[in-house]
Ligand binder design. Structure first.
Ligand SMILES: [Zn+2]
Length: 96
């Protein structure tokens, strides 16, 4: 017998987006119903409000657009999968 540990997440399980600073650890949670991908993308261009470390995204870059699209899709996936028979789950890394 083999046991396999795995951790997965359903898009509908995502209840908030956490925005945080790797440098100082400051963070905030934005509930999914309040997530505005364009606002978060603009926020990402700024420096951390606490330690002033740049967030690392520059205006009008492909990376910033990728972030905005990822957030849009994350918000949309929870609604898109609601009531469907197809089960879509994403594996996530976890530490024991
Ligand atoms: Zn910071």
């Amino acid at each position: 017998m083999t046991f396999e540990k795995k951790c997965t997440i359903d898009p509908q399980d995502i209840i908030a987006i956490e925005l945080g600073c790797r440098n100082c650890g400051a963070s905030s949670f934005v509930p999914m119903q309040s997530v505005n991908p364009s606002d978060i993308a603009k926020f990402s261009e700024r420096a951390c409000a606490f330690c002033k470390t740049p967030n690392g995204f520059a205006s009008d870059t492909t990376e910033l657009e990728t972030l905005r699209k990822f957030l849009e899709m994350t918000v949309a996936m929870g609604k898109t999968m609601n009531g469907r028979n197809l089960k879509l789950r994403m594996g996530i890394r976890f530490s024991e």
